[in-house]
Design a protein around this ligand. Structure first.
Ligand code: URA
Length: 299
């Protein structure tokens, strides 16, 4: 690694690995002195961090794809950029392939006309929604987290057990990993990200969302997007990606392009929970995050 090391980024990376309970990290390509510098910084800035760093001098085991990925350029393509009148964003046309329709079609909404509600009304109507069977098993509706003024909206799949208990999306292990991924491109839910899900209630046993549940719940998401008016959307996981692109293709085939959801640029990537199970998707996810950053930076 020839570039100067940004020790604060490494410190944050190590803290987040520790938060995730991942207590062993191999730093390939760093000299012993460089590793010691990184570790010293991590210790200074997070005295309580539990990370144990196993360093090898220059070669060695590689378990930190992010370290390597950080040095690489994104190979993804940005497609279909044009100006959208009256928009804060550059406009994006229909899906890149032109084969699938963007996910903007009307779908059956709950009884209330959500399109006339303001943000607080929408949240309140969602809070007492009984439009599908998930209402019976939920502890509470999980509407959103983060900053409603944020430029970026992240859309996940559905609450899990931790989210159902706390009422906050992405607070479990996948959520911590999502925070790590966002931090890697300088984004945080505290200031710069708004987070929500396709489904606002937990499917029992964390099973996949069913199509009628998505149909009944997605009008909430549609109105949420209209009200939050993000400049960019990041869909994580197959369900969010397919719903918002309108394309019924596997995520591996969807990722790598910029779509448009009602004129808002949309990037899709793997769900952090899937990524935790399959480290082989790390490089692709890193590329997707670089693409997201490019779209946000207007480059
Ligand atoms: N997975 C999701 O897709 N959303 C959450 O809120 C939590 C886990």
């Amino acid at each position: 690694m020839s570039d100067p090391i940004d020790t604060s980024d490494f410190a944050r990376y190590l803290r987040q690995r520790a938060d995730l309970g991942l207590d062993e990290i191999f730093l390939e390509g760093l000299t012993r002195d460089e590793v010691l510098k990184v570790v010293a910084e991590a210790r200074r800035s997070a005295a309580s961090a539990a990370a144990r760093v196993t360093a090898s001098d220059s070669a060695g085991e590689m378990d930190a794809d992010f370290v390597a990925a950080a040095a690489s350029e994104s190979s993804s393509r940005v497609l279909s950029q044009s100006e959208r009148p009256g928009s804060r964003n550059p406009g994006y046309e229909a899906t890149p392939s032109g084969q699938d329709k963007p996910g903007t079609e009307e779908i059956s909404a709950p009884e209330v006309d959500l399109t006339v509600l303001n943000y607080h009304e929408l949240e309140s109507v969602a809070g007492s929604c009984e439009a599908c069977q998930l209402a019976q098993g939920r502890t509470q509706v999980v509407f959103s987290d983060g900053n409603p003024q944020a430029r970026l909206m992240v859309v996940g799949e559905a609450p899990g057990a931790n989210e159902d208990r706390t009422g906050v999306p992405f607070v479990g292990q996948a959520g911590k990993f999502l925070d790590l991924l966002l931090a890697a491109v300088d984004l945080s839910r505290k200031d710069s990200v708004y987070i929500c899900n396709v489904l606002k209630c937990r499917p029992p046993g964390n099973r996949d969302p069913m199509s009628d549940e998505i149909e009944r719940c997605s009008p909430f998401l549609k109105r949420q997007i209209a009200l939050v008016a993000p400049e960019v959307i990041l869909a994580v996981g197959t369900f969010a990606a397919q719903l918002l692109t309108g394309a019924n293709r596997p995520l591996g085939k969807l990722r790598g392009s910029v779509y448009a959801y009602e004129g808002v640029p949309l990037v899709v990537t793997y769900h952090p929970a899937a990524l935790l199970r399959n480290a082989g998707w790390t490089r692709s996810t890193w590329d997707d995050l670089q693409l997201l950053r490019q779209v946000m930076d207007g480059s």
